[in-house]
Design a protein around this ligand. Structure first.
Ligand code: SAH
Ligand code: SF4
Ligand code: F3S
Length: 472
């Protein structure tokens, strides 16, 4: 696959790209002051928090893990399920209390929950001790808002965005493994999901900007990159420049970054080209997170997932047969409105069929403004909880069985951190994204090492470090 000649771009992109140069504007007005940052939600938010951290650090703040020591508290919120919201409001109680003793404390809320108009209304009316509310589309305005803190609540939230900002800087959590956004937003409108409302329409970054970021990180010594999008399959479609996710994957793989990952793949429109590229490049990790959500066609239809179980199975088989040693994980929702016991049994059936390496399982949570929130839902919560328990039993059984296949095997692990300080224990992930706790020195951190697996549990493996990978 060749990159199209970008100079001869015939179809202009709908997406408006804006290059920002934020660090020139920021003055370190808060030297010696501390920030406390909590992140809820998915990898998108984790990565957004790396952007927030960059701004806070430019302003002169340094990090603290003790809420009471903070001069600014930033909560980067998630709206995906009601319990994500409850956690934030729980924390706000502590912040409110703290602010009574510490009048200068700045309290700031960011993230997906801030994109919900009814939440902002509530925060405006009932939580006037909150200083700054910022949305997901304009994080780069945060330093300005903090610097100009006015003594009254400042709300800067855009309801939607057509923009992609380039030149964003991050204070990354890791020097080994990095996130890279490839696309923002989502246009799929699964009926249960709030993300299209909180993150806006699907818009891709241009391939040359992504490759520039990959090369920069690789030159800085990063060993692993994870490409981030709510639905990576859709990458490039909005740009209409003649390239897609398969092209991007291949070009990133060719940079020679030791490990390349991506999340999340939608089972709809997962192309043969994507599978071929993943199979072809050894530095593209054999790990695919492929959310299935339900085993029942009737429920999938109500969810607007755009695939049937037989289509999912066909894709699953293709992935398993073409990509050597691939691990597949999934997401499943139980108790979607109208889900019957028969529908649920079909979910257990597909789990039995696919024997996933792992699954994130959730009880349906009604999100205001989504289509599913209006669907009749007569199943009692206790029954949904019981379905979740039954599902987890099966899911955990297969995680353990898959992990046990690695007993006494040698696997390659990218060691990322110490797991028990000062006790010769480090940890990291296999190519198939399984967590391994390793007996070995902290000198291994940042390296890809061969590890012999000595114990397999449902959620992690234990092993002993053998040698460092030769070509590392
Ligand atoms: N873009 C990704 C995932 C987004 S959210 C994708 O499409 O796969 C991660 C998971 O949260 C979803 O896969 C789904 O299983 C779950 N989820 C989303 N909305 C939910 C809701 N309203 N109730 C329960 N689970 C939900
Ligand atoms: Fe939500 Fe569906 Fe988009 Fe994923 S693909 S973010 S589940 S709407
Ligand atoms: Fe939550 Fe927003 Fe991610 S709603 S799951 S933080 S995109």
């Amino acid at each position: 696959m060749n990159l199209p000649d970008l100079c001869q771009e015939r179809n202009r992109a709908k997406t408006d790209i804006e290059f920002i140069n934020i660090d020139l504007d920021i003055k370190p007005l808060f030297k010696g002051k501390k920030y406390f940052l909590r992140t809820y939600g998915c990898q998108m938010n984790v990565h957004d928090s790396e952007e927030i951290k960059y701004y806070l650090e430019c302003l002169g703040f340094s990090s603290t893990n003790t809420l009471e020591d903070a001069d600014i508290v930033v909560l980067n919120t998630c709206a995906i399920r009601e319990n994500a919201k409850d956690k934030v409001y729980g924390y706000l109680g502590r912040c409110k209390h703290l602010k009574k003793e510490k009048k200068d404390l700045i309290i700031c809320l960011a993230g997906c929950l801030m994109q919900e108009p009814h939440e902002i209304e509530n925060l405006r009316k009932n939580h006037d001790y909150i200083d700054i509310i910022i949305g997901t589309h304009n994080l780069h305005e945060l330093p300005k808002l903090i610097a100009k803190k006015k003594g009254m609540q400042q709300v800067e939230v855009y309801s939607n965005s057509d923009k992609v900002y380039e030149n964003i800087r991050y204070s990354r959590d890791s020097k080994i493994s990095a996130w890279i956004n490839i696309a923002y937003g989502c246009d799929k409108f699964c009926t249960y999901c709030i993300v299209p409302y909180t993150r806006g329409r699907e818009r891709s970054r241009k391939i040359e900007n992504i490759l520039e970021e990959v090369t920069y990180l690789k030159n800085k010594g990063y060993q692993e990159i994870t490409l981030l999008g709510q639905n990576v399959n859709a990458y490039g479609k909005d740009l209409n420049l003649g390239y897609d996710f398969a092209t991007l994957l291949e070009e990133v793989a060719k940079t020679g970054i030791p490990r390349l990952r991506f999340v999340t793949s939608h089972p709809w429109n997962f192309t043969d080209e994507m599978i071929d590229v993943i199979a072809k490049y050894p530095n593209i990790m054999p790990y695919i997170h492929l959310p299935i959500q339900s085993g029942s066609d009737a429920i999938l239809k109500k969810m607007n997932r755009r695939y049937t179980i037989s289509e999912y199975k066909a894709l699953f088989e293709k992935i398993k047969s073409k990509i050597k040693n691939v691990a597949v994980t999934t997401d499943i929702i139980v108790g979607f409105p109208g889900e019957t016991e028969e529908d649920f049994l079909k979910t257990l059936e597909i789990v039995d069929y696919c024997k996933f390496d792992g699954a994130y399982t959730f009880i349906f949570s009604k999100r205001m403004g989504t289509a599913a929130a209006l669907m009749p839902d007569n199943t009692p919560l206790e029954e949904k909880e019981e379905r979740l328990r039954r599902l987890n039993e099966v899911v955990n059984k297969y995680s353990l069985i898959n992990n046990q296949k690695l007993l006494n095997q040698e696997v390659e692990v990218l060691v990322t951190e110490e797991s028990e300080k000062g006790r010769n224990k480090v940890c990291g992930y296999t190519d198939t994204f399984k967590l391994v706790n390793i007996e070995g020195s902290k000198d291994l951190i940042g390296k890809i090492v061969k590890v012999k697996i000595t114990e397999a549990k449902s959620f992690s493996l234990d092993g002993i470090a053998l040698t460092e990978k030769v070509n590392n």
